[in-house]
Design a protein around this ligand. Sequence first.
Ligand SMILES: *Cc1c(COP(=O)(O)O)cnc(C)c1O
Length: 368
Amino acid sequence: MSPVRELVVDLAAIRENVRSAAARIAPARLMAVVKADGYGHGMEPVARAMAEAGVDAFGVVDLDEARRLRDAGIGQPILAWIHGADADFAWAVSADVELGIGSVRDLERAATAAGERPAVVHLKADTGLGRGGAIGDQWAALVARAAQLEAAGRVRVRGVWTHLANTSPEADADQFLAFDAALALAREAGLDPELEHASASAAMFDHPAQARDMVRAGLALYGLSTFPDLTSAELGLRPAMELAAEVVAVKRVPAGLGVSYGHRYVTTRETTLALIPLGYADGLPRAASGRGPVAINGRRHTIAGAIAMDQVVVDVGDDAVDVGDRAVFWGDPERGVPSASEWADAADSIPYEIVTRVGARVRRRYLS
Ligand SMILES: *Cc1c(COP(=O)(O)O)cnc(C)c1O
């Protein structure tokens, strides 16, 4: 049996976050983004909980992720937006999976895959993120061709969308203006999309008037804040993920003992060291060596020295810590444990990266 290393996901928190987001954006619809294995929380259980809480649609990156949702019995609309050269659009049409399309090339592939039913597409405008989507003349060409293919019954343009760069409020405003211009061109071309959508979690809070017909929310539904200066609780959210492991060894050591690779930590007095079997292979960012926080028996400590592949050491001073005690790396700070955002800060990263990288060796456990 392995030592206890566990990622606990509170599905009640997921449901609460979904209801709170849905109320915030109503009457706009809520698309729950569950890419990257539900932001590392486990796509299938999380998606089922979100469906119970009433999300209108799901967003994923690719068709394999969409297939996992359909296999899990998810019946809501699904949008997938990154397609490899061999992506099976015919499967997407047959499984009623909608395609994010940002180029004429992908649009033609979608049209070719249409059978009895048209391929359902959401055309993506690049309004200033500089990533996917059509820009400038490409957008005019995309909407013109989409109108032809729609008239021929090969595609149905259900949505027009864009994604923000989160650079500044002014840059966001410019993107919304560019989005309106793109929508006007689409309508001039003869399209009449049912869904306009631009906002993800950050804009859901920052630009409530821009919810349009739908918001594609990810991070907020997992209970995490996209803002460095605002906590989950301040946004009315509850973090769903807790990462914990058991203490497997405790020893009393003298002053002057170098700890872990490179001796980046040296004890300054006689103290107690606790060994916890969680390392960078399990998702602790090595960049947070000597900085990452951990709570044991309700007391907060800091990782001593280098985070290794399989283990970390914590200097707990004279605290009574025993083998089998539970060490929590991140979870809901309202319960006295560190947050994923603190780990992000400690690793010069963002909470998205922290929660999506928990290793396969860590057992998953779901509450309610
Ligand atoms: C990941 C993603 C989202 C969700 O972003 P959050 O910041 O997690 O809410 C929305 N739209 C697109 C296109 C995405 O890639």
